[in-house]
Design a protein. Structure first.
Length: 227
């Protein structure tokens, strides 16, 4: 365990989704290459139905997962192929799947670093990045697949407290054509990016991105249980 992971573990009761339930029940969702249950959902509507059925079946409110997960679903968009034809298909954030319109909460005290509507098939759609400082550590959290309204009436440098409503989840029309979900990612160094940062990487660059974008679960502490 490195020093930064110890920082993440030091925070308690961190939530980034307000499901409307006091006790939020999570269920893991595997979207890797080896998982066939969701691979046949070629459009957002079918995928949303499959996710909702999965939540109902498991009596859960939010499905989660995806960190360091190899996925086939990015092949439908040219966004994930670079000049060398190496595919970006390894997810380096955590996804939380629930209904459009669900409130998104600031994970920690921070301020808005930047925001952008990253349009296009497979992209984030509306996105907000918060900047955080803990002792001498500065880092960032990214919130992707939001509603268009989430980018209204906010400004660079605007402060948010831990647990304060930051945004709401968008639907497939605005969120890159995905079933509604939050892409949440921790980033140490934004590498000069504004309102955007890669949430999917190629195998050749995986080591760098795993170091720069550590697993969010030490912060969120989610498991398949009622929290």
């Amino acid at each position: 365990m490195d020093a930064f992971e110890k920082v993440l573990l030091s925070f308690d009761d961190v939530k980034v989704i307000d499901s409307g339930f006091v006790d939020q029940k999570f269920i893991s969702l595997d979207l890797s290459e080896r998982q066939s249950e969701f691979c046949n959902c070629i459009d957002a509507e079918a995928f949303e139905t499959a996710v909702n059925d999965y939540l109902l079946k498991n009596q859960a409110h939010i499905a989660f997962g995806g960190y360091n997960e190899v996925r086939n679903l990015y092949s439908r968009s040219g966004l994930f192929k670079n000049d060398s034809s190496e595919e970006r298909n390894i997810h380096i954030g955590i996804d939380l799947w629930t209904n459009a319109g669900t409130s998104v909460l600031a994970a920690l005290d921070g301020k808005i670093h930047s925001f952008e509507n990253n349009i296009g098939l497979g992209n984030y759609g509306p996105t907000i990045i918060l900047e955080h400082q803990f002792e001498n550590e500065i880092f960032y959290t990214l919130y992707g697949h939001l509603s268009l309204e989430s980018l209204q009436n906010i400004s660079i440098g605007q402060p948010f407290k831990k647990g304060e409503k930051l945004a709401v989840l968008g639907n497939s029309v605005v969120n890159g054509d995905y079933a509604p979900h939050l892409h949440f990612q921790i980033i140490k160094d934004l590498d000069g990016n504004q309102g955007d940062y890669p949430g999917v990487c190629s195998k050749s660059k995986l080591d760098y991105y795993l170091q720069n974008c550590p697993d969010p679960n030490p912060l969120l502490k989610i498991n398949n249980a009622t929290l």
